[in-house]
Write a protein that binds this ligand. Structure first.
Ligand code: ADP
Ligand code: F6P
Length: 319
């Protein structure tokens, strides 16, 4: 391939800029022209192409968000939207596409390949909800941002002898809650994969108090409920002073961690190498420390494995 394009789609994630930078510079180094597409898949339909050069991606490796902007685009689910996107790409002489996003965006990349336009997916989402890869871009940074918040909340909970519920993102996946609950020393971790009853939560907190604890941290995944609802239930059931914090979008921003810059760079390079060989319909990932690629449909159909053993460990060491 002589000319490729790159875009970011769905929710942004720290490390997307590192991936864009790698795609642009590695692609140019391989003798290809590289176009950026603004506003995700919507930008393909709206013809928002920007030629990229070595300097277009200067000074971005440390920035959160995505310099190409991102969007959600219902029109891309239609045949007309996809056809228009391919017409715009072909009119500019683009031969291959790299889509950085989550599984929704990957369906867009698949639709493009099905219509004869080779496309590759790079996993970019803080949720870590894609089964075929051990890590998605942005997960590590989001974990560190959440941990920082937990540490701060812990200081004040401890001083006032209170219990805090911290609601984190993740859609239907409990990974953000699991890892930050474990590493933040939470007494209770509530994830969609293991919904706990109010009795179990009260019992766990009470057990800690019997052993001398005077404050507590509950990490709640958004897919398992809402912090305010749980606060109301706990306040009604116990005499503990309960506070709730919904971290919201603070956990999606910020400078990417070392790991996310590394992943973004290596995912980007891997994707460019595939397109250079004319290969499409693949998603790039990392398994057991090795970068690899697999078929989009097969990869997206894989069922996410929740680490039950780690979850049990987190609850034991959080007692
Ligand atoms: P993510 O990529 O983070 O999972 P979304 O699920 O919101 O985020 O999907 C991002 C975009 O991917 C959607 O707005 C839409 O443009 C596109 N998309 C999602 N599902 C499909 C589909 N089945 N076919 C084509 N495009 C899709
Ligand atoms: O997929 C990333 C994510 O941040 C989820 O964790 C969350 O449920 C969702 O996106 C929030 O989306 P929005 O930014 O559109 O509110």
């Amino acid at each position: 391939m002589k000319k490729i394009a790159v875009l970011t789609s769905g929710g942004d994630a720290p490390g997307m800029n590192a991936a864009i930078r790698a795609v642009v510079r590695y692609g140019l180094d391989m003798g290809m022209e590289v176009m950026g597409v603004e506003r995700g898949l919507q930008g393909l339909i709206d013809d928002l192409f920007v030629p990229m050069n070595m300097r277009s991606v200067s000074d971005i490796i440390h920035r959160g968000g995505t310099i190409l902007k991102t969007a959600r685009c219902p029109e891309f689910k239609t045949q007309e939207g996809q056809q228009k996107a391919i017409e715009n790409l072909r009119a500019r002489g683009v031969e291959g596409l790299i889509v950085i996003g989550g599984d929704g965006s990957f369906m867009g990349a698949k639709a493009m390949t099905d219509k004869g336009f080779p496309s590759i997916g790079i996993p970019g989402t803080i949720d870590n909800d894609l089964a075929y890869t051990d890590y998605t871009l942005g997960f590590d940074t989001a974990c560190n941002t959440i941990l920082d918040a937990i540490n701060k909340i812990r200081d004040t909970m401890s001083s006032h002898e209170r219990v805090s519920i911290i609601e984190v993102m993740g859609r239907n996946c409990g990974d953000l809650a699991l890892y930050t609950g474990l590493c933040g020393g939470a007494e209770v971790i509530i994830v969609p994969e293991h919904k706990l009853t109010i009795d179990q939560i009260v019992k766990t907190l009470g057990g800690g108090m019997e052993h001398g604890k005077t404050s507590g941290i509950i990490v709640l995944a958004e897919g398992a409920g809402h912090a305010d609802d749980l606060k109301a239930e706990l306040s009604a059931r116990t005499d503990m002073v309960v506070k709730s914090t919904r971290l919201g979008h603070v956990q999606r921003g910020g400078s990417p961690s070392c790991r996310d810059r590394y992943l973004g760079t290596c995912f980007g390079v891997h994707a460019v190498k595939l397109l250079k060989q004319g290969i499409g319909n693949r998603i790039v990932g990392i398994k057991n420390h090795k970068f690899y690629d697999m078929d989009i449909v097969e990869g997206c159909a894989m069922k996410k494995h929740f680490d039950n053993e780690l979850y049990e460990t987190a609850l034991i060491v959080g007692k």
